[in-house]
Design a protein around this ligand. Sequence first.
Ligand code: ZN
Length: 167
Amino acid sequence: MPGRVMTNPAHDPELVPPGTRCVILTGRYSYRGSDRLDITRQGCDRLRAAGNPCPGEVLAPSHAILWPAKRALEKATTDEARGLIFAAYRASYISELRDRYRRREKEFRALLEAPYQTLVCFCVDERCCHRVPAAEALAKIGGPAAYYFGECEPRPSGEPMRVVCVR
Ligand SMILES: [Zn+2]
């Protein structure tokens, strides 16, 4: 596909199921490909304040669920506690997306018009980031025409699970 740099050999377009019209990936905030979609609350608020379009805002968590989760994570002292906080945050986020989809379906569908969307967030580890449930939700909305491929740059192998941030 033009305009996209494949950073992971696993992301060979040949491996995408036939009939796919939108390949969804997730990545870190530093990702600079032309298909980068900022889905962070801070990033979208900044874009909007500067008068720029922010199509990823429909996938950004609300302030109402983001800050309590962040404060709770900062206070948590064990990985188990952080895991539980993230699980609860993830559930609130998914329920927020469902509610938003009912009111803003067109914005979700518009994202699926692009051949690639790489959803980015500040979190280092995608396993404790809203970008994965966001990608999964988008893929579900797109049905067989959409496919979530995974993280666009692989983690170094053996990197331990770290629940350190929610943004
Ligand atoms: Zn994140």
